[in-house]
Design a protein around this ligand. Sequence first.
Ligand SMILES: C[S@@+](CC[C@H](N)C(=O)[O-])C[C@H]1O[C@@H](n2cnc3c(N)ncnc32)[C@H](O)[C@@H]1O
Length: 278
Amino acid sequence: MDTTRANSPEIGTENYRFLQNHVYTHSGIVLEGDKHYLFESRLSPIVKQLGLATINDLCALIRATGGYEVGMQVVTAMTTNETYFFRDPAHYEAIRTVLLPRLREERGDTRKLRFWSAAASTGQEAYSLAMLLLQEGFGGWQIQITGTDFSPQVLERARSGTYQQIEVNRGLPVSLLVKHFRRSGVNWQLSEEIIKMVKFETIDLRKSMRSLGPFDLVFCRNVLIYFDAETKKNIMREIHGTLFRGGWFLLGGAETAFGLDDLFERTPIGGATIYAAR
Ligand SMILES: C[S@@+](CC[C@H](N)C(=O)[O-])C[C@H]1O[C@@H](n2cnc3c(N)ncnc32)[C@H](O)[C@@H]1O
């Protein structure tokens, strides 16, 4: 019996379901509807790299070995890792004009600040914040920025602080490029001063995260859109548990903390929406 689809000779029906479940189990990401094209375009390079013939062989390999590395490579390939420096400029403007002046006053005694970039991807979000903090005169403060993601591959890139030309062209002001990066072959290398402000850790957002806190500000942007409603709510509850009372929480443009009014107060600042932990 032919179990493959006419428009997708590559992936058998059982394997298609296996891949959907595999990605959901390991990341919480829901891949509904017809994603054959997406699986094929994202997984073909892995098939090739492993010297396999088809995506069905890749499924067989994961099933047979339960291989964490290949399995995670597949999940990472199916995940949207898109990010860029100073994404959603209104957020950084609100941080610069309202949040940091308040923190300067409130934490003036300890001069300690703690931030978390959840779903950090290749690090641009965490490093944008680090550059902003230096620019705003927090260099002498004890700053801890934690960047987390469930994908070891993206975090490896984040830790390296090495970016391609196309990546520094997106969102990064030239003045900051000149100040904090140097040329390294065809790439750009971020300075040690900025790199050492951020500590990256592999963390699945669906696990308990309370031990990470307390934080003054948490970014959890452009990741919750991929989860089902219950997973989203659980993650936001966990994040609430990592914030100082009155601490801030940022979501991506297409995300809201709808239904969690008991935990967060929605606060518009300029063009940004910021949530304050009750
Ligand atoms: C689109 S990127 C967002 C990057 C950044 N926050 C931004 O807004 O520019 C989404 C990231 O979420 C990560 N991710 C997906 N599922 C995750 C999970 N269950 N736990 C932790 N990170 C996850 C992906 O690896 C990816 O790097």
